[in-house]
Ligand binder design. Sequence first.
Ligand SMILES: [Zn+2]
Ligand SMILES: [Zn+2]
Length: 368
Amino acid sequence: MIKSYAIISDGKGHSRLENIVVRPPDETEILVEVKAAGICRTDINKISRIGESFIPGHEGAGLVLETGNQVTKIKPGDRVLLNWAMPCNACYQCDLGNQNLCETNSPIVSGTKYFSKTLNTALFSGQPIPRLFNLGTFSKHTVVKESAVTKIDADIPYPLAGIVSCSVLTGFGSVVHTAKVSAGSSVAVIGCGGIGMNVIQSAKLSKAKTIIAIDTDTKRLNLSKTFGSTHQLLANPAEPDLQSTLAQIKALTDGRGTDFCFECTDIPALSVVPLAMIRHGGTAVQISGVEQELTVDMSLFEFDKKYINPLYGNCIPEKDIPRILSLYQSNEYKLEEQITQVYPLEDFELMFKKISNKEVLKGVFIIS
Ligand SMILES: [Zn+2]
Ligand SMILES: [Zn+2]
């Protein structure tokens, strides 16, 4: 058993730093010393909504300390990135090429929603403690499946690797795989947070001609220029259907609407607004993952419009993580610029507060 520590959340809004022990890896697992962990909005939401104790954190990077006998691709001493989508590559959906919808291992699709209790590898007060999406990266050590791990090069700092596996891949994949944004096209992005900025820079990477950033915060709109937005529209939070913004979008697109529109706000009322923003035959992508009931004007779907709510941007971790890291190494993808707050894990309360108040675009914990 390895003595360690982690943030334990009670799932009702309270978190504490506590001592835990971590069991050694079985034949197919890997023990990782976590060096950096990105914080995603999902962590903040789950900390107050799950209702039972768990270790949060589902992005991260660290050093491999120990591997099981059947682990072939990774060895102790490797620097690795952790991701929560761990396709089995053997189920019905994996065979179809939908690894993001893996029926065996996805904590979201497989019905367990947040974590699988059969994958508990940590103990708190002598009892198994679940880890968010079977990672629990807000922890000094974690034991994970080999499929959760991607080896990274020596020149990629841990804090940068520690943000790639959720918001970066979700934004990138939603543009490249889900919507297939084309060269010369027009793109509107509602919400310039962690995912929105990745949508913007992936649209630029896809050579979109017009990239319209929409937000209620002028600072974020200014920052969106760094990632490639060509136009910035300040939305009025008093307009739940963004009517004034819609008029501006129409004015910028000959009255037609954009080819693509992405919603990345986590505001349920905005989840169908992308349909109003796009041209006939255009593509609306709702990334927030809204699950609330809404009353929808079905005429918004008229005239060949497509509406998609992708999971994980249809990404396949073993292909897309190396692709993002290689784009970063060739200066074609910005990672440093996304990180606006770095704290040691001990300062978790301050970090959670700042993220809840939207003072942070992307926060990273350094664990030492
Ligand atoms: Zn996430
Ligand atoms: Zn599968």
